[in-house]
Design a protein around this ligand. Structure first.
Ligand code: CA
Length: 609
C-alpha cells in the first residue's frame, strides 16, 4: 500500500496543538482496573518525557514511547477505591484534564441487557431512513460535502432525530431492538452513507446528530422498553482515520510491499489444506484500498479497539454488539475482545457478520461443536445459511430431492454444529443484499411465507428497513438496496409510515408482520422453545415450536397446489391437541379433520387441548 500512502498521507490532515486523549474519559469501578491512554499531540512524546498523575487510586504503571513522537501511551491502574472526579495528566510542561465518571446506573438491567430470540431487530441505515434535522445535512469542515437524494452514492440527510421521530412506528410494528449501520464519524471524501470507514472512533457522526443525539436515541429506546445494538468495525478503518494519516508506530497497520486486497475467502481460515500465504492474505489484506487493515497483533491497536468497545457500551447504553466483517479480523484477537466485553457486561449479546457459504464455514466463527484447534467464543452469527440455502430456496426453487424447501430442512439439520443456534440472527435481507421482495419476483405469497418463517423459526429475527412496506432493490450496485424510506423526508409525496400512505398489499404485509411480531413476544414456544421438524413431502414442510406450555405448528406449503394436512401424521407433537387457532387469521379449527393449505402459504397454528 506504499503507493496509496504517498498519495494520501497528510492530505488535509492537521494535528491540533491541544493533545487529544483516547478514550476521552473513563469510569471508576470497572471490573477491569487497567486502562491504556493514547495521547496524541505535536511532539508529545519527544525526548521521552515523564508522565505524572496525582489522584487517589490512580497509578501510572508505564509510559510507552512509540516511533512517532506525536504519540504517548500511558498505562494506568484505577483502584476499586478511586472516586469519580477530575485529575490532571502532567507531561513535562503540558497538562491535560481527564475525568473519571461514575458507572452508568442500572448496569445489567437498563442497558447491556442482551438481545434474545424474544426480540425483533430492525436494521436501518440512518442516512436513508428519515431526516429529522435539516441543519445537520451538510457539515462544514467534513470532506464529503455531497447532499443529493437523486444519487445513491451521495448523502441524503437522514439522521438520528429522524429515527427518534419514528420509534413509535417501530414499536407499533413489534420491533424491540434497533441496529443501525455505524454511527461513528466517517470523514471520508465520498461514500460516507454506510458508515463502515471510521475516521475517529470517539466521535459520533455529526451529520447524524453527534453524541448528544445518539444518547437521546438510547434514552428514547430504553424508555420504551426497546434496545440498542451498535455496529462495530475492528478489521479496518477509513483511509482518513487519524491513526492512518499520522501512524502511532510502524506496525499499526498491515502494510504490504504492493497493495494487497483480502481474498474474501473464509475457507483459508479453517481449511487444513490451506496454504499459509492464502491465510495471511485473507486476514492481513485490505478490505478495500480506502479501508486499511489494522494490525491486531500490535497490543496498542488491540487495547485501542477493546477499550473503545467497552467505552461505547457504557457511554451510549448499548445492549447488543454486531461485529462487522467478523472473519477478516485476527480471530485470536476477536476472542480476547469478545471476552473483555463479556467480562464487563455478561448479558451483552454479541453477533458477528459471517457472509459465507456453508454451515461448517459459518459455525467455525461461532461457539461450535466442531473438533478444531481454534475455538471461537463468539456467541452468535448473522445466519446467511438459512437465507441462501434455506428460505430463499424454499420459496424460489421447485421442490426436489435436494432442492426447494428440502434445502431449508437440510440447512437447519446442520444446527448440530452450533453450541446454541438460538443465538443466530436470521434475516431475509440487509444493506448488502438484494431486497427479498425483489428476490421473490415481487410475489406477494412468497414474501408472506418468508416473513412468517422469519418470525417463527429459531434464532433472533431481523428485519431490514422498508421490508415491511415491500421496498424493492437489487445490489447492482448496493446503493439500490439503500433507498430512502418514503415519508422520511418532510417534502416526500407519500408517507409509508402511515397506513393511509401504504397500498393495500403493503398494509397486508405490514399487518402480517405486526400481528406475528406482537404474538411472538408472548409466545414461550417461539422465543425460548424447542424446534422439531418433519421431512418435507411433496413441497410441504411442517415444523413445530414447543415447550411444556405451548405448541405452535407451522405448515409451509411451497407446492403449486392445495395440500391436505392430516394432523395424525405429526402425532409426536399433535397428540392430545383437539383444536387449534390460526395465529394470523384468528380462525379456530379441529385437528380431527384434515386441513387444506393453499399453494405457497405458511399457516401458523397454536394447538389447543
Ligand atoms: Ca439531517
Amino acid at each position: 500500500m506504499r503507493l496509496v500512502f504517498i498519495l494520501f498521507v497528510g492530505i488535509g490532515f492537521t494535528l491540533s496543538a491541544q493533545p487529544q486523549v483516547y478514550p476521552p474519559h473513563w469510569w471508576v469501578a470497572m471490573k477491569n482496573p487497567t486502562l491504556q491512554l493514547m495521547i496524541h499531540g505535536p511532539d508529545i512524546g519527544k525526548g521521552k518525557p515523564s508522565v505524572s498523575i496525582k489522584y487517589p487510586g490512580v497509578q501510572v504503571n508505564n509510559v510507552h514511547y512509540p516511533e512517532n513522537d506525536n504519540y504517548l501511551f500511558v498505562d494506568l491502574t484505577i483502584s476499586p477505591k478511586a472516586t469519580p472526579g477530575k485529575f490532571t495528566i502532567t507531561i513535562q510542561n503540558t497538562t491535560i484534564d481527564y475525568v473519571l465518571k461514575p458507572r452508568r446506573n442500572g448496569n445489567g438491567t437498563e442497558f447491556a441487557q442482551g438481545i434474545t430470540s424474544a426480540d425483533l431487530v430492525y436494521l436501518l441505515m440512518p442516512d436513508r431512513f428519515s431526516n429529522g434535522d435539516r441543519s445537520n445535512d451538510r457539515m462544514p469542515g467534513l470532506r464529503d460535502q455531497s447532499l443529493n437524494r437523486d444519487s445513491i452514492f451521495h448523502r441524503h440527510g437522514g439522521d438520528l432525530q429522524g429515527v427518534i421521530n419514528h420509534l413509535d412506528y417501530l414499536q407499533d410494528l413489534g420491533v424491540t431492538a434497533l441496529w443501525m449501520t455505524p454511527v461513528i464519524q466517517n470523514d471520508m471524501p465520498n461514500r460516507t452513507e454506510h458508515g463502515y470507514a471510521f475516521t475517529n472512533h470517539y466521535k459520533i457522526e455529526p451529520r447524524l446528530g453527534g453524541e448528544e443525539q445518539y444518547k437521546k436515541l438510547g434514552y428514547e429506546l430504553h424508555r420504551r422498553g426497546m434496545k440498542l445494538i451498535q455496529d462495530a468495525v475492528y478489521n479496518h478503518v477509513g483511509l482518513y482515520h487519524f491513526t492512518v494519516q499520522d501512524k502511532p508506530m510502524n506496525d499499526w497497520l498491515h502494510e504490504w510491499p504492493a497493495y494487497t486486497n483480502t481474498t474474501y475467502k473464509d475457507q483459508t481460515l479453517f481449511d487444513s489444506y490451506a496454504a499459509a500465504s492464502d491465510r495471511k492474505k485473507m486476514t492481513d489484506g485490505w478490505f478495500t484500498p480506502m479501508m486499511p487493515d489494522l494490525n491486531h497483533n500490535n497490543p496498542f491497536v488491540a487495547n485501542y479497539l477493546i477499550q473503545h468497545a467497552i467505552y461505547c457500551v457504557e457511554e451510549f447504553a448499548v445492549d447488543g454488539w454486531r461485529i462487522d466483517t467478523y472473519f477478516y479480523n485476527d480471530l485470536e484477537f476477536m476472542n480476547r475482545c469478545n471476552k473483555a466485553l463479556l467480562d464487563e457486561y455478561p448479558k451483552l449479546t454479541l453477533f458477528g457478520e459471517t457472509w459465507v457459504h456453508g454451515t461448517v464455514n459459518q459455525s467455525f466463527f461461532a461457539e461450535n461443536n466442531l473438533t478444531v484447534k481454534f475455538k471461537s467464543n463468539l456467541p452468535g452469527v448473522t445466519d446467511f445459511q438459512t437465507l441462501f440455502y434455506g428460505i430463499q430456496a424454499a420459496v424460489n426453487e421447485k421442490f426436489g430431492w435436494t432442492e426447494g424447501v428440502n434445502k431449508l430442512y437440510q440447512t437447519l439439520s446442520n444446527d448440530i454444529l452450533y453450541k446454541d443456534p438460538m443465538k443466530n440472527v436470521i434475516f431475509l435481507d440487509n444493506h448488502d443484499l438484494n431486497r427479498f421482495f425483489s428476490v421473490v419476483g415481487e410475489d406477494i405469497n412468497k414474501i408472506k411465507v418468508a416473513f412468517t418463517w422469519l418470525l417463527t423459526c429459531r434464532g433472533i429475527p431481523q428485519l431490514y428497513y422498508g421490508g415491511e412496506i415491500l421496498m424493492t432493490g437489487i445490489t447492482n450496485p448496493d446503493g439500490w438496496v439503500r433507498l430512502d424510506f418514503p415519508g422520511g423526508w418532510p417534502d416526500d409525496k407519500v408517507n409509508k409510515f402511515t397506513a393511509e400512505g401504504r397500498t393495500n398489499q403493503e398494509n397486508e404485509v405490514f399487518n402480517l408482520i405486526r400481528t406475528l411480531a406482537n404474538y411472538r413476544k408472548k409466545s414461550s414456544a417461539i422465543t425460548t422453545g424447542k424446534f422439531m421438524h418433519y421431512l418435507p413431502v411433496d413441497g410441504v414442510y411442517v415444523y413445530f415450536r414447543y415447550d411444556h406450555t405451548q405448541t405452535i405448528m407451522c405448515i409451509m406449503n411451497t407446492s403449486d397446489k392445495d395440500q391436505l394436512i392430516d394432523f395424525t401424521k405429526y402425532s409426536e407433537r399433535t397428540t392430545g391437541f383437539a383444536k387449534a387457532t390460526n395465529v394470523l387469521s384468528g380462525e379456530n379449527l379441529t385437528t380431527s379433520s384434515p386441513l387444506t393449505t393453499k399453494p405457497m402459504s405458511l399457516v401458523v397454528l397454536e394447538l389447543i387441548k
